[in-house]
Design a protein around this ligand. Structure first.
Ligand SMILES: *Cc1c(COP(=O)(O)O)cnc(C)c1O
Ligand SMILES: [Zn+2]
Length: 418
């Protein structure tokens, strides 16, 4: 597309220039939205687009034709049909969109390719973020590609091993902050304002523009027939807002004729969006001490809550919470029944699916897509902790054979978890 887009406050409508470094409205502190003139846009440019991944949908990204993207081949993830898992929860049409197969192992890459490309356009001194892990891993890699200094603030002791390794390996300056994610975000927002660094948390509306391409890919992979429901984990609540926006844009362009019920899942120990939903509120009450093994969604004060709740209400979706045990069971189930390895936060979408099917909220004939947001290897310590340890044996055939014969080689269909 041309640069025919507007940067606008979703609360008071104030517009900002594309050259301004702003994240929220200077007048009312509302969240910003990027808007296009859809009446000027040719739907064919989306449906017939060539290429793959995020930049394939360039017609709906906020750059002009000759912008050089900072890219590592993000997006273009598989949509797996999951009949075994579907049967086990009592529905007939289920898919899993595995965002863990992005280059750095999470969907954050989709937002970062757009966000760091914007950082280059703005000619900033450096980039920064607070992170539960995946944002920092992704930003570190895109900053390396762009040649920009990168600063990341992580809550001490609460970031999965693989994610810290990525941030460190790719040359980010890593701070281990004595506080939780919400504290880290508060600190980094001040620093970005005062040090002319570009903030790449999901409060940055350019990131959401990249992440909305998840919706475009799902629609395209289902031959432009949208699913009835999309289920995903909710942390800072950017992704659910972004995906909803993507589906809305397809509808606006007349490519599809509705939007899926946006269904957000949080962990029981960190569920401000679920609480707001249960009380019919349009904003959250922050939780001061979020706690869950799903570290990527261990967030008590999600910045995009207002956008996320709007997405849930307007699409007829729901927000639901799941326990850490339900997350663990679902992580194992998905890994063993379907061969899809995900980190704990991602398994929240599967745990939510199972709970909502049990509750009768999801109808048996609904077409459902679960989004798994990050790869299993992000959190190898957790995987080892929840699986049976290996059998220690001497280098002797009989010793191995004896143990093998005692094992039950169960068929996968019969696997049942509590
Ligand atoms: C970032 C992240 C989330 C949460 O996404 P939000 O946009 O913050 O709601 C969930 N799962 C994984 C693996 C993540 O990295
Ligand atoms: Zn405003």
């Amino acid at each position: 597309m041309s640069e025919a887009y507007k940067l606008e406050c979703m609360r008071c409508g104030t517009r900002f220039s594309k050259d301004d470094i702003v994240y929220t409205c200077g007048k009312c502190d509302g969240l910003l939205d990027i808007k296009y003139d859809y009446s000027e846009m040719d739907a064919e440019r989306v449906v017939e687009a060539k290429g793959e991944g995020v930049w394939k949908y360039r017609a709906l990204l906020p750059f002009n034709e000759d912008t050089e993207p900072v890219t590592i081949g993000e997006g273009n993830t598989p949509l797996y049909r999951c009949d075994r898992l579907a049967r086990s929860v009592g529905i007939t049409n289920l898919w899993v969109k595995h965002e863990g197969l992005n280059p750095t192992g999470s969907f954050k890459d989709r937002g970062m390719t757009v966000g760091v490309t914007k950082a280059m356009e703005l000619n900033v001194k450096g980039v920064a973020c607070a992170s539960t892990g995946n944002t920092s891993a992704s930003l570190a890699i895109f900053a390396a590609r762009a040649g920009l200094p990168c600063y990341v603030l992580l809550p001490a002791g609460k970031v999965a091993l693989g994610k810290v390794a990525q941030a460190m390996m790719h040359g980010a300056k890593v701070f281990s902050l004595n506080g939780n994610f919400d504290d880290a975000l508060r600190v980094v927002r001040r620093l970005c304002d005062e040090e002319r660094l570009y903030l790449l948390n999901s409060v940055n509306p350019y990131r959401l523009e990249g992440q909305k391409t998840i919706a475009f890919e799902i629609a395209e992979q289902l031959n432009w027939e949208i699913p009835d429901r999309v289920i995903l984990p909710v942390g800072n609540a950017g992704n659910i807002s972004a995906i909803y926006k993507g589906f809305l844009e397809l509808k606006e362009l007349g490519i599809t004729n509705g939007v899926p019920m946006m269904t957000g899942i949080q962990a029981e120990g960190a569920q401000p969006v679920v609480h707001a939903f249960r009380h019919g509120r349009s904003d959250i009450i922050p939780e001061p001490h979020p706690e869950t093994i799903a570290s990527a969604i261990r967030i008590g004060n999600p910045v995009n809550a207002v956008k996320a709740l709007r997405a849930i209400y307007d699409s007829g979706g729901v927000a639901e919470s799941v326990t850490d045990d339900e997350i663990t069971d679902s992580q194992l189930l998905l890994a063993r029944l379907e061969g899809i390895g995900v980190e704990p936060a991602s398994a929240a979408s599967i745990a939510g699916l199972r709970k909502l099917c049990d509750m009768g909220v999801i109808e048996p004939d609904e077409r459902v897509v679960c989004i798994t947001t990050g790869h299993l290897l992000k959190d190898p310590e957790r995987a080892i902790a929840i699986c049976e340890p290996p059998y220690e044996v001497p280098a002797d055939v009989e010793a191995v054979r004896r143990i093998m014969h005692d094992m039950k080689g169960e068929r996968r269909e019969e696997l049942v978890y509590a």
